[in-house]
Design a protein around this ligand. Structure first.
Ligand SMILES: Cc1ncc(COP(=O)(O)O)c(C=O)c1O
Length: 352
């Protein structure tokens, strides 16, 4: 007889726990044979795909300034492989997604770290420090992540403009994989794209739209990216399934906004509850995850306690964030369950 496998709650990879909008499943059900067996002929219309056209309209920019890829990961990789060669300098935030360093290494780029600093209730970009390093090092490419993984902080519009005004001689890549959770205003992007020809803004359907498994993302490109456009061009078209699913997601804004409100409330719940616990500190975050500092002596025992209860969160191990957890905001039920487990763990730890 088959035994039922215990269900594991994964709050470790910033995946959307509510799942994509119902319209995404309808898009899959309504596929026809042509969509599956034929290449797209969109290039004959002078566009990459119906999705790039839709995104261009939504963001108010030209279709040729929209790039499509298999998620932000793919677009980042293509960008670095296109622009960076052995010995070129690339600026990377001190705390950031590990993948940035990996792709810089793939092409022999020289990694220059710039500071993200711990403040009272959040991390922040040290803009002056960042600009000083830029002026000294003259990098070929600057990677900025906003909101940043794992710290959750972001650049505001004025900071972004200040940075872009000063970094005109480099390619500036803004990874905005998590941008939609706490900022649904896209109006500023048109100005940024039209003003700064060196900027590339990467977004994805993986996080806010809950489509990580579909592998689709896009970038909005300033006017100076012909080289990257050519590098990434696909004559035979893009994945016709993912395009349709992504379009259905874009048409389901209400569904996603409702979920986002629940996630925002739970983010507050986590911050309030963790900050009440002695030795814990939960930082302000603009993404779908929260970084929490914990007393270092509890780290191994807490990890064991949660693992035994099929609860997986990310225990950080990098320099400077060694006693930190990164928790993906899950469903309300999952979030409550995690919070109760942490409190039960502390009760037991206090007794022994
Ligand atoms: C900062 C950041 N950018 C990009 C990605 C990749 O997203 P995608 O699924 O679009 O490749 C991740 C994934 O966790 C991420 O943390």
């Amino acid at each position: 007889m088959e035994t039922k496998k215990a269900e594991i709650t994964y709050l470790d990879r910033n995946e959307h726990q509510y799942g994509p909008a119902p319209a995404c499943f309808d898009a899959l059900k309504n596929l026809n044979s042509e969509t599956l067996r034929e290449y797209s002929r969109d290039h004959m219309l002078g566009i990459k795909s119906p999705l790039s056209l839709r995104l261009a309209n939504d963001y108010g920019i030209d279709e040729k300034n929209v790039m499509l890829g298999f998620g932000g990961e793919d677009i980042l990789k293509q960008t670095i492989h296109c622009y960076i060669h052995e010995g070129d300098k690339i600026m990377i935030p001190s705390y950031s997604w590990w993948y940035y360093k990996k792709i810089a290494d793939e092409v022999g780029g020289i990694k220059i770290e710039y500071p993200i600093v711990e403040g009272e209730d959040s991390f922040y970009y040290d803009i002056e420090g960042m600009l000083k390093i830029y002026d000294e090092q003259k990098p070929k490419l600057v990677l900025i992540s906003s909101p940043n993984n794992p710290t959750g902080n972001r650049l505001d519009f004025n900071q972004l403009k200040e940075v872009l005004n000063r970094m005109k001689d480099a390619v500036v890549v803004m990874d905005e994989a998590y941008s939609l959770f706490f900022n649904d205003d896209k109006s500023y992007l048109k100005d940024i794209i039209n003003h700064f020809s060196n900027v590339l803004i990467i977004r994805t359907f993986s996080k806010f739209y809950g489509l990580a498994g579909v592998r689709i993302g896009f970038a909005l490109m300033g006017k100076n990216h012909e080289q990257l456009s050519m590098f990434s061009a696909r004559y035979l078209g893009y994945n016709r399934l993912s395009e349709r699913i992504a379009l259905a997601a874009l048409d389901s804004q209400e569904y996603y906004n409702d979920i986002c409100k629940k996630m925002a409330a739970d983010m507050e719940m986590f911050r309030t509850e963790f900050n009440k616990l002695p030795g814990f500190k939960a930082y302000k975050s603009y993404a779908n995850f929260i970084l929490v500092k914990i007393p270092v002596e509890l780290k191994d025992a807490l990890k064991k306690y949660l693992t035994e209860r099929n609860m997986v969160v990310k225990f950080m191990a990098e320099d400077g964030l060694f006693n930190h957890l990164r928790i993906t905001i899950g469903t309300q039920e999952q979030n409550q369950m995690l919070m109760q487990m942490v409190k039960a763990f502390l009760n037991e730890a206090n007794k022994s």
